[in-house]
Design a protein around this ligand. Structure first.
Ligand SMILES: CC(C)(COP(=O)(O)OP(=O)(O)OC[C@H]1O[C@@H](n2cnc3c(N)ncnc32)[C@H](O)[C@@H]1OP(=O)(O)O)[C@@H](O)C(=O)NCCC(=O)NCCS
Length: 111
């Protein structure tokens, strides 16, 4: 199963001023990673797109999973990995890319 999502970065630029929204959507690790980068909103937007793509790839499985249950963590090579409820999901492959305006993410759930 596969999932894809695209987001506009400007939406996340607005969220930067609202820590309540940021904390509602992102884990502390995701916040720390994104704020360590020059283009914070791009990395937050990419993580949000990734969560949506993962949710789509899960299809009918685990529809109770919410945005905050899904966590994106980059491994030592920079490759993003998916955690659900703090458990690494090896069967979920994720890739994301960003520009100043848009971010995209694709998730693949391997059977
Ligand atoms: C890693 C690399 C491919 C990222 O490409 P980019 O055009 O700079 O940036 P993009 O916006 O497309 O992608 C960024 C995302 O790539 C992902 N990424 C980074 N390293 C990765 C890796 N080793 N494996 C998989 N995905 C990786 C991350 O999710 C990153 O976003 P994040 O920091 O928000 O998590 C690039 O920086 C790089 O190092 N290229 C090496 C040159 C090369 O060999 N290119 C391939 C030629 S075929």
């Amino acid at each position: 199963m596969i999932g894809i999502d695209i987001e506009e970065v400007k939406r996340f630029n607005k969220y930067l001023k609202n820590s309540k929204i940021i904390r509602h959507i992102f884990s502390q690790e995701e916040i720390d990673y994104s704020f360590s980068k020059k283009n914070v909103a791009q990395h937050l937007a990419a993580r949000f797109a990734a969560k949506e793509a993962v949710w789509k790839a899960l299809s009918n499985k685990n529809k109770k999973v919410t945005v905050i249950d899904i966590k994106i963590v980059n491994n030592k090579y920079g490759k993003p990995e998916v955690f659900i409820s703090n458990k690494k999901i090896k069967k979920l492959e994720l890739s994301m890319s960003h520009t100043n305006k848009y971010v995209v993410a694709v998730a693949l759930f391997l059977r």
